[in-house]
Ligand binder design. Structure first.
Ligand SMILES: [Zn+2]
Ligand SMILES: [Zn+2]
Length: 146
């Protein structure tokens, strides 16, 4: 990352924290920086491992992520029943989780609108949110298995 990119990244992180009325502490900034650039949802331990230099302890990372979820900066992703994973709250999307190699790929497509429409028209139910994760075998694992 260039110095200019790092500077503008840290400005963005400060702005996001400010918009959610959170003080821009160094720990929060570094955790949010990693969350923003993560290519897929991360557990607290995975996120911590991506922080360079002196890392905040795992309890702090957990506490910070919980805070981010509470204020709407981050969201919990339910791709794993054992490990909680987090990602930046933003564009609505789903995930493909490979059950062989555990790789998680964002899927920027949602086909739930039809169900939400039926919920509204036939059940008078207004849907606020939904959770949908897809599990299976990724292309790489499918080729190596043959
Ligand atoms: Zn795989
Ligand atoms: Zn959806």
């Amino acid at each position: 990352m260039t110095e200019a990119a790092a500077r503008s990244g840290s400005r963005t992180v400060r702005r996001i924290l400010g918009e959610h009325s959170l003080r821009a502490t160094p720990g929060r900034m570094r955790i949010l920086e990693q969350l923003r650039v993560a290519p897929h949802p991360l557990s607290a331990a995975e996120l911590r491992a991506r922080i360079g230099g002196v890392r905040p302890d795992l309890a702090t990372v957990y506490r910070t992520l919980d805070r981010f979820v509470a204020v709407g900066i981050a969201r919990t992703v339910f791709v794993d029943p054992v490990v909680r994973r987090f990602e930046i709250a933003g564009d609505h999307h789903h995930h493909l989780t490979c059950t062989a190699c555990r790789r998680i790929t964002p899927l920027p497509v949602c086909a739930i609108e039809r169900m939400e429409e039926i919920a509204r028209t036939e059940h008078g139910f207004e849907v606020d949110d939904h959770v949908l994760e897809l599990f299976g075998t990724c292309q790489e694992c499918r080729t190596t298995r043959r």
